[in-house]
Every structure is written in structure tokens, then in C-alpha cells.
Design a protein around this ligand. Structure first.
Ligand code: NI
Length: 255
């Protein structure tokens, strides 16, 4: 039984100084798998480099909705080529983000759909980033028959009612540090409601560290606080949370 961190960003510059020491300590601390998530064009290559260097790291290929204005017409061909790398286990993170107002919604939608097509063709799951865009995300996923592709709503932040709709489509919900925050009432309700078989553990590190490290740099060693919180909410053991979410992630990623 090993912790599976389904969503991390170890290519981030915040890990520049101690990346190797940190990553090398994971195995003996019970963290067995990490999927490093690419979010911009430059991070695609950085993420693949990490997967090449560390046996327990896998990678995704994809561009975050707040980065898609940097993409060119030939970017699709590039992403398709990079997704053929043998340790690329997903397309993401992709989706819609209406929180900040920088990237036009139409452009976000276009690249969301394009990257979903790549996932369909490559038979890879999608990692969805959706912020302040619940209904549009759901509409596009339904129109594109995302239930045939599968994947996870990463850092799930919507209501129980919205969770029900994504679960109905066979999607997993990614649960991270936010669930340990005192004010995270809605997310705690979602975790109580959703079957453990539909949850994935994630850090989204360096962001979103759980209590008692809220506000600090996050890393996969802190994911145990997330698992403990989920165990408490669902009335199961910590071991059961770690073991079931490990199986869930392996199943989704095909590892
Ligand atoms: Ni992320």
C-alpha cells in the first residue's frame, strides 16, 4: 500500500533548491507514485524530463486554460507527438477557468475541446481544471461525450449536486489540501457523499498545502493529512483510504 499523488507540479521553480532530495525521500515515507502534471507548453518538456529521471513519476501532457492564449495552430500537432511518450498517462490539465478574466472564454473552449479530442484518439484520460465554470464545463463534456474518455475533475470545488453529475459520467473527483480547511464545508459534504471508489488523492503542489501547513509550500509527503481527513469524514480507516485511492488512480491512469 502506497500513497498515489495523482496531481503534482514538481517542475515548478519552488522546488528548484531541494527537488532531488525531496523526491528521493518519498519511497521510504510511503509515497509510491506521482503523476507530474503539465500545464503550459514549457512544462510539457520539463514534466517528461522528470518522468524519465524517476521511475515512480509519470507525466501528463496538456495546457491549462489560463495558458492557451500562448498556443499556436501547430501546437496541436506538438501536443499529439508529446502524448506518445510511453510514461504519458493522461491529457491535462485542461478545462475552463473563468476566475481571472485574462483568456477569452471562446479560446478556452476551443482548446478544451481540441485537447479532449487528443485524449480520445490516444485513449488517455483527461485531467480537468474547472474554476468558476461549472455549467460550461459540464455542458462541453456532455456535448463531447467525455464519459467515453473518462478522467478526473481535479481539485474539485463545486457542490454535491454538481459532483453527482460528474460521478454519473464516470469521472473521479480529485481531493487535496482544501478538504482539511475549517471553512471547506461544501467539499467535506462532497467527500462524505461520493463513494471512496470515485476519489483520488492529490496535492496540486506546490499549491494548496493541507492543515497544519496551510499557506506553506505543499509536497506529496503532506498528502497523509488529506487521507486522514477523508478517513474521518467517511468513517473508514486511513489505510483503506490510501489503498482504495491507490487502486483508483492506477485504474484511471492505466498503471
Ligand atoms: Ni494543477
Amino acid at each position: 500500500m502506497m500513497i498515489f499523488d495523482s496531481h503534482a507540479h514538481y517542475d515548478d521553480e519552488q522546488f528548484e533548491e531541494d527537488r532531488e532530495a525531496l523526491l528521493s525521500s518519498f519511497k521510504e515515507q510511503g509515497v509510491g507514485y506521482v503523476v507530474n502534471i503539465s500545464a503550459s507548453l514549457s512544462s510539457v518538456e520539463d514534466s517528461i524530463e522528470l518522468a524519465k529521471e524517476y521511475p515512480f513519476i509519470y507525466t501528463s501532457v496538456g495546457v491549462h486554460p489560463e495558458e492557451v492564449h500562448h498556443l499556436k495552430e501547430d501546437s496541436e500537432a506538438y501536443l499529439r507527438k508529446m502524448a506518445d511518450y510511453e510514461k504519458c498517462v493522461a491529457i491535462g490539465e485542461i478545462g475552463l477557468d473563468y476566475h481571472r478574466k485574462e483568456v477569452p472564454h471562446d479560446l478556452q473552449k476551443k482548446w478544451f475541446i481540441t485537447q479532449m479530442d487528443i485524449a480520445r484518439d490516444k485513449k488517455l484520460p483527461i485531467l480537468i481544471h474547472s474554476r468558476d465554470a461549472a455549467q460550461d464545463t459540464l455542458n462541453i463534456m456532455r456535448e463531447q461525450h467525455a464519459e467515453e474518455i473518462g478522467g478526473v475533475i481535479h481539485c474539485f470545488s463545486y457542490s454535491k449536486e454538481m459532483a453527482a453529475k460528474y460521478l454519473e459520467m464516470g469521472f473521479y473527483l480529485g481531493i487535496g489540501g482544501v478538504v482539511t480547511f475549517k471553512n471547506a464545508k461544501t467539499l467535506k459534504e462532497v467527500v462524505e457523499y461520493a463513494p471512496l471508489e470515485s476519489l483520488l488523492l492529490e496535492t496540486d503542489c506546490p499549491y494548496l498545502a493541507p492543515e497544519p501547513y496551510r499557506g506553506k509550500r505543499n509536497n506529496s509527503l503532506y498528502i497523509k493529512y488529506v487521507a486522514e481527513q477523508i478517513a474521518q469524514l467517511k468513517g473508514v480507516t486511513y489505510e483503506e483510504v490510501v489503498s482504495v485511492t491507490e487502486q483508483n488512480a492506477k485504474k484511471m491512469y492505466g498503471i
